[in-house]
Design a protein around this ligand. Structure first.
Ligand SMILES: CC(C)(COP(=O)(O)OP(=O)(O)OC[C@H]1O[C@@H](n2cnc3c(N)ncnc32)[C@H](O)[C@@H]1OP(=O)(O)O)[C@@H](O)C(=O)NCCC(=O)NCCS
Length: 155
């Protein structure tokens, strides 16, 4: 999937987040019950539609790797390709090996389209093992359907 083939709905623009987006980003992430760590606006890209924040996503920094995270689209704008556009953009801007964690088969299929593949906890780099250890525990003890994924460049 190449970003050149993708487009945003009219009235929507992709841009870097600014300090003025901080509370909207936090609200989007909290309301989607996503990981509340490293919500630094400097790491975020957002999509604004009709002058309102409609989507956000970021690349978290770890030692030698990055994590694609905080991907949220407001309910009103879901199903219009915003997440697809944003993920492709984040892939294009990533500078280090890229990982993510997600919940459930639906999202695994969504991320597989971009070239992410499921990997097991022992195969994670050590900096992410530290971060994802609670998810792994919840997966083992409570059967929470967490999946760890690594981006593999597509040919
Ligand atoms: C997941 C999310 C970001 C997708 O945003 P979106 O802008 O609606 O996604 P897109 O329009 O780009 O959808 C692309 C495709 O993925 C599919 N898809 C998206 N989310 C999905 C999910 N949770 N389960 C199954 N399929 C999903 C869509 O059906 C669509 O399929 P299609 O192209 O065949 O129609 C959005 O539903 C959301 O914010 N969810 C809550 C937060 C969340 O779970 N974030 C992911 C954290 S890992």
């Amino acid at each position: 999937m190449q970003q050149n083939d993708l487009s945003l709905p009219s009235g929507c623009v992709l841009r870097r987040a600014t300090s003025g987006d901080m509370w909207s980003i936090r609200w989007l992430v909290f309301s989607a019950k996503l990981d509340p760590t490293q919500l630094h606006w400097q790491q975020f890209w957002v999509i604004e539609c009709e002058e309102k924040l409609a989507a956000c996503g970021q690349l978290r920094q770890f030692s030698g790797v990055q994590e694609l995270g905080s991907l949220v689209v407001t309910p009103a704008w879901r199903g219009h390709g915003l997440a697809t556009f944003l993920v492709q953009h984040l892939l294009n801007t990533a500078t280090q090996p890229l990982y993510l964690e997600c919940l459930g088969q639906g999202l695994v299929e969504f991320y597989s389209r971009f070239g992410f593949v499921p990997i097991s906890f022992p195969d994670l780099p050590s900096s992410l093992k530290l971060k994802f250890r609670w998810s792994e525990l919840a997966k083992k003890l409570m059967r929470v359907p967490v999946v760890f994924m690594k981006y593999q460049q597509q040919c």
